[in-house]
Design a protein around this ligand. Structure first.
Ligand SMILES: Nc1ncnc2c1ncn2[C@@H]1O[C@H](COP(=O)(O)OP(=O)(O)OP(=O)(O)O)[C@@H](O)[C@H]1O
Ligand SMILES: [Mg+2]
Length: 275
C-alpha cells in the first residue's frame, strides 16, 4: 500500500491534522520519502506547512492541484502544467523528505468545471503514476465530501484511512461512508482497502467517548476497518490547532504536547501496517 487517502464526509474531524502530522513523522522518524497531496479547496493542509506568502509565490510560479486537475492551467495558459512541476520539495526545512502538492481555492467548483469531462475522476491517477516510484508513501488529504476531488484521490489510492470522532452521529457517518465507498468502488471500478480508522479529538474524561470506541471496536459490522490502538486526544491547550499558524506540524511546534506524542505513536502503527 503506497497511496493513501484520508477521508470522512464529516468535516472538522481531524483529517488534515492527521495527514500533516503523519506525513511529518513518516519522513522524520522513519526516513520515508513522503508526498502530501492537498485535494481540499480550503487549502488547510498546504497552509499548515507553508505560509500564505509562500503559497502565493508557489501557486503563481509553479502550480497547484488546480493545475493538476486541469481547471486553471488549461484555461489561463493554453497548456496544462505538469504534475511534477507542482511538487514543492522539502516543504518544511526541518523535515527533509516531505514534499507537497498544494491546493487552490479554485478547486471549490471542480465538480462543475469538470462536469462534462469524461473520465474526470481518473485525471490524478494517470498523472501520479509518473512520480509514484519516487515516494514510499503518498498521502491524499481529502475534502469532507466524496465528490470529484475525493474521487480522484480514491481512484489513485491503494488504501484509505478514516479519522473519526467517537460520537453517535459520527458512528452513523461511518456506516454511510462505507456504503458510499462501496458504491463508488463498484461504479468507478477501483480496488481499495481500509488501512484503518483512527479515533480523533478524544476527550479522555468523557465516559461516552470511551464507550463509543469500545462498542465500535467490537462491532462485527466494522471488523474490516481495523481500528488503530492509538487515539488522538482533544488538545485542550489547542497546541494542535495552534501549530498550523507557524506553518509547522505539532512535533516542531511543541514536541512534548500530548498530540505530538499521539501522532508519533499513530505513525508507528501506520508503518507497521504498510509493511
Ligand atoms: N485533536 C485535536 N485537538 C484540538 N484541536 C484539533 C484536534 N484535531 C484537529 N483540531 C483542530 O480542529 C480543526 C479541524 O481539524 P482539521 O482541519 O484537521 O479537520 P478536517 O477533518 O480536516 O476538517 P475539514 O473537513 O474541514 O477538512 C482545526 O482547527 C484543527 O487545528
Ligand atoms: Mg481538512
Amino acid at each position: 500500500m503506497k497511496i493513501i487517502s484520508l477521508l470522512n464526509m464529516k468535516g472538522g474531524v481531524g483529517k488534515t491534522t492527521c495527514a500533516v502530522n503523519v506525513a511529518t513523522h513518516l519522513a522524520r522518524d522513519h526516513g520515508k520519502r513522503v508526498l502530501l497531496v492537498d485535494f481540499d479547496p480550503q487549502t488547510n493542509a498546504s497552509l499548515s506547512v507553508m505560509t500564505e506568502d509562500a503559497w502565493d509565490a508557489w501557486a503563481d510560479g509553479h502550480g497547484t492541484m488546480a493545475d493538476v486537475l486541469e481547471i486553471r492551467g488549461r484555461k489561463e495558459r493554453g497548456e496544462p502544467r505538469k504534475l511534477v512541476d507542482c511538487i514543492l520539495h522539502d516543504v518544511i526545512p526541518e523535515v527533509p523528505g516531505l514534499d507537497l502538492i498544494p491546493s487552490h481555492l479554485a478547486l471549490t467548483f471542480l465538480d462543475l468545471d469538470l462536469a462534462a469531462r469524461p473520465g474526470r475522476e481518473r485525471i490524478f491517477a494517470r498523472k501520479i503514476a509518473k512520480v509514484r516510484d519516487e515516494y514510499d508513501v503518498i498521502l491524499c488529504d481529502c475534502p469532507p465530501s466524496l465528490m470529484t476531488a475525493t474521487q480522484n484521490a480514491l481512484y489513485a489510492s491503494d488504501g484509505y484511512l478514516i479519522p473519526m470522532q467517537p460520537d453517535y452521529l459520527s458512528t452513523i457517518g461511518l456506516r454511510l461512508l462505507q456504503d458510499r465507498l462501496g458504491y463508488l468502488k463498484h461504479e468507478l471500478e477501483f480496488k481499495i482497502s481500509c488501512l484503518g480508522v483512527v479515533f480523533t479529538r478524544v476527550r479522555g474524561w468523557l465516559r461516552y467517548h470511551a464507550e463509543t470506541m469500545a462498542r465500535l471496536r467490537s462491532d462485527k459490522e466494522f471488523k474490516r476497518l481495523h481500528f488503530f490502538d492509538t487515539v488522538i486526544p482533544e488538545n485542550i491547550k489547542l497546541k494542535l490547532a495552534e501549530a498550523p499558524m507557524e506553518a509547522k506540524p505539532i512535533d516542531l511546534h511543541d514536541s512534548g504536547a500530548s498530540g505530538a506524542e499521539a501522532f508519533r505513536a499513530l505513525t508507528k502503527e501506520v508503518v507497521a501496517r504498510l509493511g
